[in-house]
Structure formats: structure tokens, C-alpha cells
Design a protein around this ligand. Structure first.
Ligand code: FAD
Length: 491
């Protein structure tokens, strides 16, 4: 016989940790368990060296502000991503104020966000982007400059060694952040354990089957050091398995997953721990994407603060591997092909020639090609100071869109069964920064009958819940100030 628990969270990453934390606040008596296949939580995408740690708020990422055919800048996505980050800021502030998270500097560092471009066309684009954003309540405080001396003050590594004739421009905003999502995941999971949740590492969920009589889910598991398969019965299941969410949702047999496929993109970084260099850069500096580059693969030169130590990270250099997790199998991609997603996958392969060309180019790039890309940002960089690291895997969503056919999507999507008893998260961007709003979305999809009862508690956790922050500039100012104080970051 297997136990029946209230909630099974498959995967010990930031998404499960966030959802578990929210549900424990809403229903303290619920029996919540996390099952993680590896020996520790936060070892896949949520590990700090597998992601870039950018608190994505669209303060510097140019892919959220495309130029429209008429030459104006579309800020819709930038505002949406920033709104989402404000939800995360409020949730983390609540947890800090409640003592559920310790000193915020253990997972969050105030790190200015900069966009930096070169070439006349890009300078003109950045100037227009700045004009479009500067008066918006969520982007207050953004500065713009085309003056090399001022840019040098903001980020001293960017200018020396650069041709004086090269037109350059940058924006700077002090309210950016660097987040150690690994530390945050570990601390959230530890706080959950203190509140009675159980964490089972080295437990791989191998099968999921719904009991049609009562709607509960039977999870089959393999314990890495045990001899016998294990089972647990859960009233609600979250598939927070990162890249393995797609194959697990396929195993569950829910019709909602039909037509979805995954396209894995791998990545590598260059990193330096040379403190003479690290001390000269305190920012996250994002550039403009090359043609065909997936939006999340735009290189950036980042200050990273991991376990209190400062380093610089440059990349990611995108690549291709058929694995769906860094620790996954070479058969991952092929094992998710079904008759219902085959056509969308072929359509995506045929329609994304620029992306394929870009990825092949990145795969063929030599070490010295990579150092040259680094020198576009930091002209005096010396190769010997930098070493290579493998980044996490991202599995982009392939989906059949009515009227369009197979489409490659770069966002995230919650896929839930019609009865709300199981849900999973596909996709990767903006990612960990938006774990709180994504998990709120999941809660609304899966627990609609509980929402009236839960709303007052949700509003305590996230004061803007049910509305937006920027609709009221006074509210935006109040929340930005309060969360900045709680998290010890710039307003
Ligand atoms: C190169 C790169 C750069 C990124 N940069 C940023 C950034 O700057 N800012 C940002 O906000 N986000 C960023 N992201 C995205 C972010 O890292 C992810 O969105 C986030 O970490 C995903 O969390 P998760 O919990 O869904 O998945 P994961 O952290 O991958 O956790 C999934 C867990 O499930 C476990 N698991 C899988 N299958 C099973 C099974 N069958 N049974 C039990 N356990 C299982 C895995 O071992 C893993 O621990 C980046 C990602 C990458 C790859």
C-alpha cells in the first residue's frame, strides 16, 4: 500500500521550491513532498553556475524591446517581464520579513543592469529604447549615455582598447540584481522542511498514473540506492522537473500535453575569478543579439556573487545537445517524439533555418573565436584569465499553434490537466526570476475553487496580487521602495 499525500513536487529546483513555499503558506497542514533524482536540490538549471543569475526585469535585455517596422520601440514585453519580477520581489520580501528566508544578501546582490551597444544603427535603437522606457514607473532611474567617459565610469572594462571612432551607447540602472538561485532554492527547501515538508533526494519518478476512481495520482519511483521500486499516491502533482517536465507529462497521459515537443539548447560560459579584473566590474552588461540567435543566448558580461564570492561570467555561447537536462541522456530528444508532435517538430526544423545556422556556427566556434566575442565587450581581455564552464540545458517549447503549425517558443508555459490535479512547467525564459508569478498562475489554474479563501493570504504575500504594480505610479513607488528596503537592493 502507498501513502496518500496532498502534494508531490517532482524536482528540486526553484519552481518546486517556490510552489511548495506558497502552498505551505496557504495550507500549513498539507503534507508536501519533494522528490529529486539527484543527490541534492538545485543541481540542474537552478544551480548558480548553470544559469546567469540575472534578476530578469527587462532593465537591460534588449530582446524584450523589439523595434517595430515603423521604427518605434515596442515596450509591451519589457513592462510584462518587469511586472513579473515585481511579484518575485514582493514574495521574497514577504519571506524575509517573516523570517522564512535569512539575510537577503545570502541570495541577492544589488548589481546595476546595463545595455551596451556599438555601431550607429544600434546606438540609434538604444536611444529610442531609452526614450520609450525612461518615464515608465518601473524604469525610473534609467540613465543613457553616448559618452565613452561616462560609460567608463559605469563599467571600466568596456572602454579601454576600443577604437575611438566606434560609436557606442549604454543605459545604466542601479536597481538591477544578481540572484543566486541555487542558494535561494536551498533556503526555501530548508524552510519547507522546518515546516514539516519532506524532501527525498536520489528519488527518480519513473511513472505517473491517475486513479480514475478518486482522481489521485500514483507515482512510481526508483531510489538510487534502494532495491525495490517505491510508490506514493498524491492528490496534486507538480512536474517541476525542468527539461524532464515534457517526458514526465507525456508519461502521465494527459491530453493537454499532446502536440508539444522540446528543442534543447545547450550553453557554455567563460568565467574569471581573477580578483584584479573582477574588482573593476560591477554590473550585468547585455548586448544586442546576432542574427538567428535565440533571445536568451545574447552574450552578456556579468558580475556573479555566488556563496559570497565574486566572479565574472561571460556568455552563454549557445550550442546543441539532444539532452534535456545537463545530467540527462543523449536519447532524451528522440524519446519525446510522438506521432502527435512529429509534424510540429519537422515544421520548426524547416522554418528556423537562421537559428540552426547560428547554432552550427556556435558549435564550430573555436576557443579563440569565443575570446574575440568576449573582446567585443571587454577589448583588453586576456584569454588566460578565463576558463570555460558548461551551462545548464534549456528546452524550448515546440507547439502546434492553430493557423500557424509548429512554432518554436522562447517563454515558459504551465500545462495543466482539465481537473487541475497535475500541472507541469515547460520552457525556460525569463526563468527563475519569474518563479513566483509563474507559480501563482499555476495555483490559479489548478485550485480555482480555493481562490476565494486563499486571496487574503495571497495578498499578504504579494500586495499587488490581482492587479498590476505600474497601473498606479504611487503604488509602484511604494512597492519598489518597500521591496528594495526588505531585500537591501537599490530602489
Ligand atoms: C544557460 C542558462 C542561463 C539562464 N539564465 C537565467 C537568468 O539569468 N535568470 C533567470 O531568471 N533564469 C535563467 N535561466 C533559467 C532558469 O535557470 C530556469 O528557468 C530555472 O532554474 C528552472 O527551474 P526548475 O525548477 O524548473 O528546473 P531545474 O532547476 O532544472 O530543476 C528540475 C529538477 O528536477 C529534477 N528531476 C528531473 N526529472 C526528475 C524525475 N523524474 N524525478 C525526480 N526529479 C527529477 C532535476 O534533477 C532537477 O533538479 C537560465 C537557464 C540556463 C540554462
Amino acid at each position: 500500500m502507498s501513502d496518500t499525500i496532498d502534494v508531490a513536487l517532482i524536482g528540486g529546483g526553484i519552481m518546486s521550491a517556490t510552489l511548495g513555499t506558497m502552498l505551505k503558506q496557504l495550507e500549513p497542514e498539507w503534507d508536501i513532498r519533494i522528490y529529486e533524482r539527484l543527490g541534492e536540490v538545485a543541481q540542474e538549471s537552478s544551480n548558480p553556475w548553470n544559469n546567469a543569475g540575472t534578476g530578469h526585469a527587462a532593465l537591460c535585455e534588449l530582446n524584450y524591446t523589439p523595434e517595430k517596422p515603423d521604427g518605434t520601440i515596442d515596450i509591451t514585453n519589457a513592462v510584462k517581464v518587469n511586472e513579473q519580477f515585481q511579484v518575485s520581489r514582493q514574495f521574497w520580501s514577504y519571506l524575509v520579513n517573516e523570517g522564512l528566508l535569512p539575510d537577503p544578501s545570502a541570495f541577492l546582490s544589488a548589481t546595476p543592469h546595463m545595455s551596451f551597444v556599438w555601431g550607429e544603427k544600434n546606438v540609434e535603437y538604444l536611444r529610442k529604447r531609452y526614450e520609450a522606457l525612461k518615464d515608465h514607473p518601473l524604469f525610473v532611474g534609467m540613465k543613457y549615455s553616448e559618452d565613452p567617459a561616462e560609460i567608463h565610469e559605469w563599467a571600466p572594462l568596456l572602454m579601454p582598447g576600443r577604437a575611438k571612432s566606434q560609436p557606442v551607447a549604454a543605459t545604466f540602472i542601479a536597481s538591477g540584481t544578481d540572484v543566486d538561485f541555487g542558494a535561494l532554492t536551498r533556503m526555501l527547501v530548508a524552510a519547507l522542511e522546518d515546516q514539516g515538508a519532506q524532501v527525498r533526494t536520489e528519488h527518480t519518478v519513473t511513472g505517473l498514473k491517475q486513479d480514475k476512481t478518486d482522481g489521485t495520482w500514483l507515482l512510481k519511483m526508483r531510489h538510487e540506492v534502494g532495491l525495490f521500486p517505491l510508490e506514493v499516491r498524491a492528490k496534486f502533482v507538480f512536474v517541476g522537473a525542468g527539461g524532464y517536465a515534457l517526458p514526465l507529462l507525456q508519461k502521465s497521459g494527459i491530453p493537454e500535453i499532446r502536440g508539444y515537443g522540446g528543442f534543447p539548447v545547450s550553453g557554455e560560459w567563460l568565467r574569471t575569478d581573477n580578483q584584479a579584473i573582477v574588482a573593476q566590474h560591477s554590473a550585468k552588461v547585455y548586448g544586442k543579439a546576432s542574427v538567428g540567435a535565440p533571445p536568451m543566448s545574447v552574450p552578456h558580461l556579468d558580475t556573479r556573487v555566488v556563496d559570497g564570492e565574486r566572479s565574472l561570467l561571460f556568455g552563454p555561447y549557445a550550442g546543441f545537445s539532444p539532452k534535456f537536462l545537463k545530467s540527462g541522456s543523449l536519447f532524451d530528444l528522440i524519446s519525446t517524439i510522438r506521432w502527435h508532435n512529429l509534424v510540429p517538430m519537422i515544421q520548426v526544423a524547416l522554418r528556423n533555418f537562421d537559428l540552426l545556422k547560428y547554432l552550427i556556427g556556435e558549435l564550430l566556434a573555436s576557443r579563440s573565436d569565443r575570446e574575440n566575442t568576449l573582446r567585443e565587450f571587454f577589448p583588453n581581455a586576456k584569454g588566460d584569465d578565463w576558463y570555460e564552464m558548461v551551462a545548464g540545458q534549456r528546452v524550448q517549447i515546440i507547439k502546434n499553434v492553430p493557423g500557424k503549425g509548429g512554432t518554436l517558443q522562447f517563454g515558459t508555459e504551465v500545462v495543466a490537466s482539465a481537473d487541475g490535479s497535475i500541472a507541469g512547467l515547460l520552457g525556460a525564459s525569463p526563468g527563475a526570476s519569474t518563479a513566483a508569478p509563474i507559480m501563482l498562475d499555476l495555483i490559479e489554474k489548478c485550485f480555482p475553487s480555493k481562490l476565494d479563501e486563499w486571496t487574503p493570504r495571497l495578498k499578504r504575500m504579494i500586495p499587488s496580487y490581482g492587479g498590476t504594480v505600474s497601473a498606479d505610479p504611487k503604488l509602484a513607488d511604494k512597492l519598489l521602495t518597500e521591496t528594495a528596503e526588505a531585500l537591501a537592493i537599490a530602489r
